[in-house]
Design a protein around this ligand. Structure first.
Ligand code: ADP
Length: 489
């Protein structure tokens, strides 16, 4: 009898993991992708730092290994446990580096932890050890999957270990954060001096975790095909475009999925009335509820635009501010939820004050209201200047709320722009514009309102969006194919 083929084994290294510790999309990816990979046949283990939220949130843990100090990184223990999804976890227990209250990267006042190089250096070092012949555990991953700068140094450590190595992959979720530290950090992290070279971890006179990963990892991915191309240009490359362009034959864009159970208008517990592709008129009840909740005048005959966003320059919200009065004159309404930059918060609050009943703004993070805006708005605005993947434009398509989005990154890859041709072939799912200017956004808003008034055409766009498959299963299949290609090469 032939033996069943061994499952492809993956060590997935991450600095964030929902629901335990989250600052952005990486936490959601780290929670969802390993589950989908396991369903697709992989054997996945997570490796995460033992922040208090992880130590408290993962109940049953057992100690499986101990490691001595290296450079300036203290001794640590490795604990084994399970994520709430059932995926096995390895946790780096090092109270001197992780046992503190605050965020994963910053203290409570928003200042970077001064020892971040050691905190994430240790994560990278142990990832490399566990993936190599030096591992004290029987587990031998075939793929070491790293994410963003916080695990970017693992392929560098691996490079300097003699003997057999797994294949390494680094996924870029956001190139804007790079983990750059003084040159002398190299020896504090126990890396050989030879690593500090332009053909290594050096980046303009300092060391860079991300650059190290981009150089040493066998393969690179980012979270959409268009972003993969964009980061090879000076406009989007944050100084790394040369290296990324040289490595382009080892750089793949794979779209993130979304949580299709949490974001489903047929079962969403946050919304006033369930609806689906065959019960679209029921969506109006959610529009009425949203207008009431946010203090907009209740009027189902006006198109209602929604925004849910972090308030940062990346998200292009200054363009929304610049267009707001014209949008209201369309006539239309605007509902905004977000938090972040002070100036943007104040500008939106002033706008709401000046246009009561027409513009409503809520400052803060509110999961329930985010679902209600997706369900209650007619159209969704996403004018991001750059967008590695983006989630809200996928949610809004699932909710029959066509996005009006800047044609960049993941937005360009997930929204099919309306035209007579795309409508005729039933593929149009939203409205794209270019470049990122107020004029271009205004043009797209005007186009969108024009189509919204044509109920039959608008329904076709809603239905095409609601039929799209944005599940993690589709995404995991792509990663599995890539892992297999990496192992075969
Ligand atoms: P990014 O990760 O760059 O912030 P994404 O579109 O990829 O942008 O994901 C943002 C996620 O955070 C979405 O799930 C969105 O609904 C959510 N979100 C952002 N701001 C808020 C807010 N103020 N309240 C509730 N959810 C928010």
């Amino acid at each position: 009898m032939s033996k069943a083929p061994a499952r492809l084994s993956v060590l997935f290294v991450t600095s964030e993991l929902a629901p335990l510790i989250k600052t952005g999309g990486l936490a959601d990816v780290s929670a969802a992708l390993p589950v989908a990979l396991a369903a697709a046949g992989a054997e996945v283990r997570l490796l995460v730092p033992g922040y208090p939220a992880v130590m408290e949130g993962v109940r049953a843990k057992s100690r499986v290994a101990s490691f001595p100090a290296l450079g300036d990184m203290p001794a640590s223990q490795l604990l084994a446990g399970k994520h709430s999804s059932g995926v096995p976890m390895l946790i780096v227990d090092c109270p001197a580096l992780y046992g503190r209250t605050g965020g994963p990267y910053q203290d409570a006042s928003g200042v970077d932890w001064p020892d971040n190089a050691l905190r994430f250096g240790l994560l990278c070092y142990l990832a490399a050890v566990l993936a190599s012949g030096r591992s004290p555990l029987p587990l031998r991953p075939q793929i070491l999957h790293c994410n963003d700068w916080q695990s970017g140094l693992a392929p560098a450590y691996l490079h300097f270990f003699p003997g057999e190595r797994p294949r390494s992959l680094l996924t870029i979720h956001n190139l804007a954060y790079q983990g750059i530290f003084p040159a002398e950090t190299v020896s504090r992290l126990g890396l050989p001096a030879a690593a500090y070279s332009p053909e290594g971890v050096e980046f303009y006179g300092r060391m860079s975790f991300l650059k190290a990963g981009l150089h040493y990892a066998d393969h690179l991915t980012t979270v959409s095909p268009t972003y993969a191309a964009e980061i090879q240009t000076a406009e989007f490359g944050f100084g790394l475009e040369g290296l990324l362009s040289r490595r382009r034959s080892h750089l793949t864009g794979i779209l993130n999925g979304v949580d299709v159970d949490a974001w489903d208008p047929e079962t969403d517990p946050y919304i006033a009335r369930y609806y689906g592709v065959n019960r679209l008129p029921a969506k109006q009840e959610n529009k009425r509820a949203l207008q009431e909740r946010m203090g907009l005048s209740v009027d189902l005959d006006l198109p209602l635009f929604g925004v849910i966003s972090r308030f940062t320059p990346q998200k292009g919200l200054d363009l929304v501010l610049a267009c707001a009065r014209e949008l209201i004159a369309a006539p239309a309404q605007l509902a905004v939820l977000g938090t972040g930059d002070r100036d943007l918060q104040e500008a939106f609050q002033q706008l709401a004050k000046a246009l009561p009943g027409k513009v409503a703004v809520q400052i803060g993070y509110d999961e329930g209201l985010a679902h209600q805006i997706e369900a209650g708005a007619d159209l969704f605005l996403m004018p991001s200047r750059f967008e590695p993947c983006g989630l809200n434009q996928m949610y809004s398509q699932r909710y029959g709320t066509p996005p009006v989005a800047h044609a960049v990154g993941g937005l360009a890859d997930t929204v099919v722009d309306y035209s007579a041709a795309t409508l005729a072939e039933r593929s149009a799912t939203g409205f794209l514009f270019q470049p990122a200017t107020a004029e271009a956004l205004q043009g797209a808003i005007t186009r969108a309102v024009g189509v919204w008034e044509d109920t039959k055409a608008f329904r076709l766009i809603q239905k095409a969006g609601m039929a799209r498959d944005f599940s993690w299963d589709a995404s995991a299949e792509r990663y599995m194919e890539l892992y297999r290609t990496m192992l075969a090469s």
